[in-house]
Design a protein around this ligand. Structure first.
Ligand code: IMP
Ligand code: MG
Length: 178
């Protein structure tokens, strides 16, 4: 990994803006599933920061689990091939499953996860993403239930999102300026 190259990162969404919006989504989910429990699925690694913040804002009985799927590697474009690198630990049969993603870009990852999860008979299945780049969508008809922010077609890092595994720890979302 080349740590010598230093990128310019321009703040786009501050930690305050992110947390305020995440609290709103948490309240929305709490209302939607009142009297029930939810099964939060964090898609590693990018959505770790979002998932933990969101989980704290959902006032319902909850199970959390983690899944890891293949990512871009050092490239900034999706290959369209999505592999499960780490699967869930428990059955989601009869559960109110919420898939929590960092960002939806082409939509390949979400649509692949959707069909995989649907085949496992959850009671309900919802998609939740912190960021959405609608201009980059390749997959048609992807229905996202909860979106934090729609953003322009630019590569972003921070709050869990990486560029070649770097910058996940930034407390804000920023654009990488080449
Ligand atoms: P999709 O399959 O093309 O929708 O890509 C989704 C995945 O690509 C996300 O879960 C991220 O891991 C990665 N990704 C897409 N856009 C960005 C970005 O701007 N910054 C960092 N990762 C991204
Ligand atoms: Mg991801």
């Amino acid at each position: 990994m080349d740590y010598s190259k230093k990128h310019n990162i321009k703040v786009y969404l501050t930690e305050e803006q992110l947390n305020r919006r995440i609290a709103e989504i948490g309240a929305e989910i709490t209302e939607r599933f009142r009297g029930e429990s939810v099964y939060l699925v964090c898609i590693l690694k990018g959505s770790v920061f979002f998932t933990t913040e969101l989980a704290k804002r959902i006032e319902l009985p909850m199970t959390m689990d983690f899944m890891q799927v293949s990512s871009y590697g050092a490239s900034t474009r999706s290959s369209g091939v999505v592999n499960v690198k780490r699967d869930l630990e428990h059955s989601i049969d009869g559960e109110n499953v919420i898939i929590v993603e960092d960002i939806v870009d082409s939509g390949f990852t979400m649509s692949r996860l959707l069909s995989l999860f649907e085949s496992r008979s959850p009671k309900t299945l919802s998609l939740c993403t912190l960021l959405d780049k609608p201009d980059r969508r390749v997959v048609e008809g992807l229905d996202i239930d909860y979106t934090g922010f729609e953003i322009p077609d630019k590569f972003v890092v921070g709050f869990g999102l990486d560029y070649d595994q770097r910058y996940r720890n930034l407390p804000y979302i920023g654009f990488v300026e080449e």
